[in-house]
Design a protein around this ligand. Structure first.
Ligand code: PLP
Length: 394
């Protein structure tokens, strides 16, 4: 007898996205047809160099930057390390204090930890219960020896969007540089770097339907951040190493598509996400959504299911062909409670009861109907066996 195939529903677009067919098509010739080293002077090399230039223009177009302000890296993580450690070291004669927040991605948190070991002082601004960072807190924390402020654009776990322009203006008012990790925001909210005024901004291709292993750092014209990886003269002498040609071409194409589809993408993901949140809140008792409902990414729903462990729900959903996440992708392989939900003040057992659902361009309403039904069954069954089941429904 033929086994019926389990339906597959991917609801983890914040962890990574599938490469879009148009992106793959743009990349393919650069693997084996136009494979020249972009630094080579003959035509085959120049073809590669031109492809990188075109990709730089496409990414610059998505964020309102000039081509010369975009520097490709090996990941969003590398861009974050470069921004934080590079800027802190560059400005160390002026001061050794940097300000960040307690809900940053590990790429920022651990770079800050590295700097602390090197003798720098790092102040972490606490996000409020709604997952937002209040500008007044930055005003109080910033000092004469603060050289850099780094606040993420949108949070990877709860999707909250920070008041970047306002925070940036405060940093500049005190002579500090401003960096934002926009890995989750890129392609999900309109970004105009010149309007925002940011000096440095991190990005990653695999969150916008591009390939993995390629990122970029926006560096505002006039900010002469020194290079971080040393060797050849690639990326205007700032990021050595033969370029990830196919990855960069894919990033460029993904950025071009994101710019063309931005409004439709936002409208679609918001509509789907609102539908999902509404059904879950109405049809499953003892649940709540984490983070501000107003200032958030259109496709993010981080939901706490009281009295059960989210890992058990995740495994039940996985058996039903549904992919979701218990925290940020890199933290979810560990049993550490999410530092973001902890920062919001959730009790530990509710942190362990939280799941992140993120919709994207290939999600349908039927997918969400299927997920809600499977979720209802899993939650009811797990609560029946839960130690806390006596409290369920109270
Ligand atoms: N910053 C944020 C907010 C992220 O969500 C991620 C990826 O999860 C990163 C940085 C790291 O990007 P990459 O996976 O390209 O290293």
């Amino acid at each position: 007898m033929k086994r019926e195939e389990t339906r597959q529903v991917y609801l983890d677009y914040s962890a990574t996205t599938p490469v879009k067919p148009e992106v793959l098509e743009a990349m393919l010739p650069y693997f084996s047809e136009y494979y020249g080293n972009p630094s080579s002077l003959y035509s085959l090399g120049q073809k590669s160099k031109n492809a990188i230039r075109a990709a730089r223009g496409q990414l610059a177009g998505l964020i309102g930057a000039q081509e010369s302000e975009v520097f490709f890296t090996g990941s969003g993580t590398e861009a974050d390390n470069w921004a934080l450690i590079g800027a802190a070291m560059w400005k160390r004669d002026k001061g050794r204090h940097i300000v960040t927040t307690n809900i940053e991605h590990h790429a920022i948190m651990h770079s800050g930890g590295f700097l602390e070991k090197e003798g720098y002082e790092v102040t972490s601004l606490p996000a409020g219960k709604d997952g937002l960072v209040k500008p007044e807190l930055l005003e109080k924390a910033i000092r004469d020896d603060t050289t850099l402020v780094s606040v993420m654009f949108a949070n990877n776990e709860i999707g909250t969007i920070q008041p970047i322009a306002e925070l940036c203006a405060i940093a500049h008012g005190r002579g500090a540089l401003f960096h934002t990790d926009a890995v989750q925001a890129l392609g999900n909210v309109p970004i105009d770097v010149h309007g925002l005024g940011v000096d440095l901004m991190s990005m990653s291709a695999h969150k916008i339907y591009g390939p993995k292993g390629v990122g970029a750092l926006y560096i505002k014209k006039g900010v002469n951040l020194p290079g971080y990886i040393h060797g050849g003269a690639q990326e205007s002498d700032k990021r050595a190493g033969t370029e990830n040609l196919t990855g960069i071409v894919g990033f460029g194409k993904a950025a071009e598509l994101a710019a063309q589809n931005l409004e439709a993408h936002i409208a679609k993901t918001r509509e789907l996400n609102d539908y999902f949140i509404d059904r879950v809140l109405r049809e499953i008792p003892d649940v709540y959504v984490n983070g501000s409902l107003e200032s958030r990414l259109p496709g993010n729903a981080n939901i706490t299911f009281k009295y059960i462990e989210s890992e058990a729900i995740l495994l039940s959903l996985d058996i039903a062909g549904i992919s979701v996440s218990t925290g940020s992708a890199c933290a979810s392989a560990t049993l550490e409670p999410s530092h973001v939900l902890d920062a919001l003040g959730l009790p530990i057992e509710e942190i362990y009861g939280s799941l992140r659902f993120t919709v994207g361009d290939f999600t349908t309403r039927e997918d969400l109907d299927y997920v809600v039904e499977e979720l209802k069954t899993a939650v009811a069954r797990l609560r029946e066996f839960s130690l806390f089941s006596g409290q369920a429904g109270q």
